[in-house]
Design a protein around this ligand. Sequence first.
Ligand code: HEC
Ligand code: HEC
Length: 350
Amino acid sequence: MSKYLKYGMLAISLLIGFSNNAMADDEGKALFGQCRGCHAVGADAKHQFGPVLNGVMDQAFMIAGDYDYSAAFNKAGESGLSWTDETMSDFLAAPMSYIPGTKMAFPGVQNEEDRNKIIAYLRLFDTDGKRQDTASDETAALTPVVTEERKLASDFAVPEHGVFKLGRVALTEEINAWDIDVRPDGTGLPPGSGDAITGGELYDAQCASCHGDFGEGTGRWPILAGGHDTLTDDRPEKTIGSYWPYLSTVYDYVRRAMPFGNARSLSDDDVYAITAYLLYLNDEVDEDFELSSENFSDIVLPNEANFIADNRNNEGFRSISIDELCMTNCADDAAVVTQRANVLDVTPDE
Ligand code: HEC
Ligand code: HEC
């Protein structure tokens, strides 16, 4: 075999090794999104509600000496348990039954393959949070680069702009990144699309652990589907299908705030796909439905009509001039008392 062929094969096997790692990285990283609300990994990781998970695999329980573990975890640690593939998988499947009394209030990851991918991702980080694969250090981008000595406000000239002469004018990019609200008529939607099937896959990996496979909610996490015709019950189930007036709120909320702990990690198309899937879970569309910025405003949620505009500013208890409340000299169509508290029986007898 020629020398060059050998090097070539070595390069190919290195490439294969690398792409395997990169795959574990992509999928494991996405799945780790469910954990990120409470846990960090990487060089700059700090304890959050849960401990830093750098180098946790193949270690005894409670790797973070300066983290305040629960009594239940301390007990498990004393019994000499350690984190193997097996114990970690069992723990992640149902943390609260694996270690009763743990403060990791997380329902668990049902799918075994998903658990394995998360474990593979955890294995990428050594105890210092340095990554073992060749991919770039993901926390590097977050580390501020200090290039000059810190200056005081008095070192700077007073800006010319604005009313208060403070700071600098925001860049268009900064305003755009912040200005992401979507209104009921679709104003503010980014271009894009996504179908319910893709949305289902994203949902299973990143949402189902809290919101349930069918949006029914795991434990006490919020319910996202069902509850039709329950609004007049003593305990109404307020879901997207039963209660929410506008689909724009679903898109806006998911894009802004979910998955819990890893907000703004979804692409615009991901959010279209997940929104389409949430419509499907609520029986509003078929499985093969594709939602896009084009057909978005065609969707009307069932409860929209029960939301009415707040018109109190135009009511007659205000004086002729609309800005003032009145006791005398009120507008002509002054408020009419239709019932009294004691008739309604809300006044106590004594
Ligand atoms: C709601 C917050 C929360 C979420 C979500 C969460 N954890 Fe935890 N986790 C904790 C807390 C708190 C502890 C400490 C447990 C204790 O002291 O009882 C913990 C402990 C752990 C430990 C033990 C670490 C050690 O030092 O021995 C591991 C491993 C772990 N979590 C992995 C995960 C993974 C993986 C996920 C995502 C699939 C996850 N956790 C999701 C809060 C959370
Ligand atoms: C770690 C648990 C967790 C994960 C994972 C998660 N969520 Fe949530 N979700 C929450 C919590 C907690 C709330 C309530 C937040 C609040 O009320 O402040 C919530 C609220 C919501 C709501 C609003 C529900 C309502 O009726 O008010 C929607 C919609 C939603 N999540 C969608 C998603 C989607 C889509 C994903 C996946 C991309 C996701 N969530 C992943 C915990 C989670």
